[in-house]
Design a protein around this ligand. Structure first.
Ligand SMILES: [Zn+2]
Length: 242
């Protein structure tokens, strides 16, 4: 990455108090959380179905044991720590420069880094609820379970508050995301290929002229970016001063 582009980003950040960040899996992979969509042999290792099938609503209903085998193995990751990107975003919010983080990740690392206004489009592994009595459980409770997690109150099965394939996104969260993006001075998009719904659709609500795109590989939106930086989001953010 060129230092010239970092300087441009620095200048943008210095001169605003209305940044909105939209992040995808790439933000979490730098904390060691695998992107289950990446084709790294995960498909053909121990599972008879592709991740998109296992993480679907109908699969969760029809084969909960198999769903949870995958979920515990690949999704419920509690050892990861926030990286430089999470930390800088929390600092930007604290300094009044950043209004919201909108994320496709479900790992809660933004909150762990100190971010307050985090819109989790796909839910969170840290919220789980009994499908029978609605009692809520944290991720630690889930981690202790084997097989299908059951409610300690009523014995009902517990479902993670994670948006599965075939399930709709939370309307209120989406409306808030649209509100923040449509009012943003700077929209920074990081760590997403922008191929996954609803990323591309949300970005259409941005009205400004400072669209910053940070990703390791090319995305279909590259030509729309006012500032395009290819590289590690953690490395880039760690160079920004507040
Ligand atoms: Zn219950």
């Amino acid at each position: 990455m060129s230092s010239d582009k970092i300087l441009q980003l620095q200048e943008m950040v210095t001169n605003t108090n209305n940044i909105v960040f939209f992040g995808g899996a790439g933000v979490s992979t730098e904390s060691g959380i695998p992107d289950f969509r990446s084709v790294d042999g995960l498909y053909n290792q121990k599972y008879d179905y592709p991740p998109e099938t296992i993480l679907s609503h109908s699969f969760y209903i029809s084969k909960p044991e198999e769903f949870y085998r995958f979920y515990f193995d690949k999704i419920l990751c509690l050892d990861a720590k926030p990286n430089a990107a999470h930390v800088k975003l929390a600092e930007l919010e604290q300094s009044g420069k950043l209004k919201a983080v909108i994320t496709q990740n479900i790992d809660g690392l933004h909150q762990m880094a100190g971010s307050k206004e985090v819109l989790e489009l796909h839910g969170s592994i840290h919220r789980n609820y009994c499908r029978k009595c609605a009692k809520r459980f944290d991720a630690i409770y889930m981690k202790k379970c084997t097989g299908v997690p059951l409610c300690d109150e009523c014995g009902g099965s517990i479902k993670p508050d994670v948006v599965l394939y075939e399930e709709g996104l939370d309307t209120q969260t989406m409306e808030k995301a649209v509100m923040y993006i449509s009012k943003a001075d700077i929209l920074i998009i990081g760590g997403t290929s922008l191929a996954v719904y609803p990323a591309a659709g949300l970005i259409d609500y941005y009205r400004g002229n400072k669209l910053v795109l940070i990703n390791k590989s090319a995305t279909p939106m590259d030509k729309c970016a006012d500032l395009l930086i290819q590289g590690s989001i953690g490395e880039i953010f760690s160079q920004i001063r507040i």
